[in-house]
Design a protein around this ligand. Sequence first.
Ligand code: HEM
Length: 154
Amino acid sequence: MLVPVLIAVHVLGVVIWIGGVAFVTMIVFPMIMRMEDSFEKVLFFQGMEHRFARIAKSSVAVVGLTGGWLLYATGEWLYLFSMKGIGPTLMVLVWTFYLFVLLFEGKIFRVIFGGRAAQDTGKIFSLLSRFHWVVLALSLLAVGVGVWAGHGGV
Ligand code: HEM
C-alpha cells in the first residue's frame, strides 16, 4: 500500500517539474529569442524563472523525499550504482544536478547576466537554451530508463 502511494506522489512531482522544464525549453526560450529588445528579454526571463524556481524547488523536495523513502522501503538502495539499479541511479544523478543548480541559481545568474557578458544577451540566451535542451534530455532519459527498468527491463 505504501510503495504504490509513494510512487504516485513521486511521479506527480516529476510530471510538474520536468513538464515545466519541457515548457520552458520548447516554448519560452524560442519566444525570448525572437524578442527584439535585450532588456525586455532579461526582464521576461527573470520574471519567468523566478516564478518557476519556486515550483521547481518544491517539486525537487517532494521527488527527493519520496524517492529516498522508496529506496529505503523497497530495499533498492542496495542496487544503486549497479546495472540492476540503473533507474534510481540515473534519477539520483539528475536530481543532485538540479539541486546544485537551484541552490546556486542566484550566483549563476549574477555571473551570466552581470558585468561584461550583459552586452551580448543574444549569445547568452542561445547558450541557456542549449543548456536547457541538454538538461531536458537527461531528465527524459531518467524517466524513460526509470520506467523501463522498473517494469522488467533489467
Ligand atoms: C533523490 C532522487 C530520486 C530517488 C532516490 C528516486 C528513487 C526512485 C525509486 C526507488 C522508485 C521506485 C522503484 C522503481 O520503479 O525502480 C522511483 C520511481 C520513479 N522515479 Fe524516481 N527517484 C529520484 C528522482 C527522480 C527523478 C529526478 C526522476 C525524473 C527525472 C524520477 C522519475 C521516476 C519515475 C518516472 C518513476 C516511476 C517508475 C515506474 O515505476 O514506472 N525520479 N524513483
